[in-house]
Design a protein around this ligand. Sequence first.
Ligand SMILES: [Zn+2]
Ligand SMILES: [Zn+2]
Length: 255
Amino acid sequence: MEITFLGTGTGIPQDGRVQSGVLLDTEKNLLLFDCGCGVLGRIYESRHNHKDIDAIILTHLHLDHVGDVLALIKANWLVGRTDMRLYGPQGTREWFEKTLNVYDYLRDKFTVEITELSPGDEFVPQGTEGDCNCTVRCAKTVHTENSLAYRVESNGKTMVYTGDTEPCEEVMELAEDADVLIHECSFPLGFPMTNHTTPDMLTLMMEEYPLTAKKLYLTHLYPHMQGRYREATDHIKKYYKGEVIVAKDLMVVEL
Ligand SMILES: [Zn+2]
Ligand SMILES: [Zn+2]
């Protein structure tokens, strides 16, 4: 399993961080988790090819997580690939249909198979050549009404990706014994916030539900986090024995 952080930023532009996107290479399949603005360019920079992505899996439908979905599907069409499988929370079909309605010239150019997911669902994503070699489990997050986190298992390795959320019991459970937990950490220590995570919100949760994932990567970093990364990892390390790493765009993690 190989993880590439494509975008570790948010809706506010900053140096070196585009919006949300995580690419997972299972050695047979390429799965893209979230696809915010800038992610399509990052796929190119990562030396992967957008047309090789088997499926796109969305945590929620905020613009910084979906902004490049249609751009990616159009890029595929421009190079002759006209199919895609799109997974996401309830509402994904309506969002995609409405988005496509604005671009009538694209309507008949490709086929997008959409699967809407709910907390507790477990599925094998479909790729260009049938079943992918992984299973994906969904859990509820605390962000939008239907937002989801995902746990992916493939070849004995496990990655959990939260998307946007407050720290919550469901995510801690989903991350049980995972090799890697990619948890959002939007704002710095002490920042008053709901629906997102700060280091102290995360450690408060850890006190109640100890984190058993082996490594923790922090992503979805607002510009407010600049200069506060070390403080964040130092704080979390007081409550967590594993490695804590602040993710960067185009960082590659081998499992
Ligand atoms: Zn969001
Ligand atoms: Zn976001």
